[in-house]
Design a binder for this molecule. Structure first.
Ligand SMILES: Cc1cc2nc3c(=O)[nH]c(=O)nc-3n(C[C@H](O)[C@H](O)[C@H](O)COP(=O)(O)O)c2cc1C
Length: 270
């Protein structure tokens, strides 16, 4: 796969993977690709945990689902993230950011315009949506053959200091390498982020993974081989829209937006 094609076709996978285990060769390739990323003074402040143990994956999946249920039931998920939700293709076409919710269960569709209101939350609770989404998430994560945890060494990762910022930047680049490599190997990847939002759950995962005191658990991803045919989840979105050049870049100073031009990357889109 050519690099530009890999960049253009990189996606988040929010559906199921094939049940096949990720080969050891591929697992090692993913972390080797991560380790090839640049870092300040070649400090390589990252560490990774390759989790294929079923018991550990199952517990992470349960926690992920429970956290999702809690976040939705308490209304925290929507209040925190509502600014990223688009329900209207026209708005998406203009802004070209956020996620366009283009698949919803029929009973929820009439509430689309007031999806963030207290009434909608009550309806969702009444329909058992928080539990449903939580259990969907648990199934999705537990069926993923590999979970990758990303850590930073605390002697480098010092929040508030420049080295803390450099570490996060470096880890982002390492993760992008993993992400692009999954695409080249016929695999997909998705953040498992809900436990990060509930401190007790995150703490339990750190204990489960035996993260030592001198390391910080930063993020977790589920990884697997992508199926030939993708079934859309109950609630689904598209997020392949990207800003135009004129919305994304300036020429020389922030006063002059870059001119728009036909996309050179679009030809790789499937
Ligand atoms: C820091 C960060 C956090 C993210 N958190 C989540 C997440 O919690 N769940 C998820 O499904 N995707 C998550 N994503 C993926 C983004 O939603 C996704 O990259 C974006 O919508 C663009 O879609 P694409 O990756 O398919 O191009 C995250 C991405 C980043 C960089």
């Amino acid at each position: 796969m050519n690099l530009l094609e890999a960049i253009r076709t990189r996606r988040t996978t929010n559906g199921y993977f094939k049940p096949d285990p990720v080969s050891l060769e591929h697992q090692r390739l993913l972390v080797e690709a991560a380790g090839r990323a640049p870092s300040h003074f070649n400090s390589q402040p990252w560490r990774f945990i390759l989790i294929d143990d079923e018991k550990i994956r199952t517990r992470i999946a349960e926690l992920g689902g429970e956290c999702m249920t809690q976040l939705i039931d308490e209304g925290k998920f929507f209040s925190r993230y509502k600014k990223y939700f688009r329900f209207d293709e026209k708005e998406m076409e203009e802004r070209r950011d956020g996620i366009l919710i283009d698949q919803l269960p029929a009973p929820l569709r009439p509430f689309i315009k007031q999806i963030f209101s207290d009434t909608a939350l009550k309806v969702m609770r009444g329909l058992g949506v928080p539990k449903l989404l939580g259990s969907d998430n648990t199934k999705l994560v537990s069926a993923s053959p590999l979970i990758l945890a990303a850590l930073l060494k605390k002697d480098e990762y010092i929040p508030g200091e420049l080295s803390g910022f450099y570490c996060v930047l470096s880890l982002g680049m390492a993760i992008e390498n993993v992400w692009l490599t999954t695409g080249a190997l016929g695999m997909g990847i998705q953040f498992i982020s809900t436990p990060m939002e509930i401190p007790e759950a995150w703490q339990e995962i750190k204990q489960l993974l035996k993260v030592p005191d001198d390391m910080e658990l930063m993020a977790m991803y589920r990884i697997g081989y992508t199926p030939d045919k993708r079934d859309r989840p109950r609630i689904d979105w598209t997020s392949n829209q990207r800003k135009r050049l004129s919305q994304l870049a300036f020429r020389n100073t922030c006063e002059t937006p870059e001119s728009d031009a036909p996309s050179a990357l679009d030809e790789f889109e499937k």
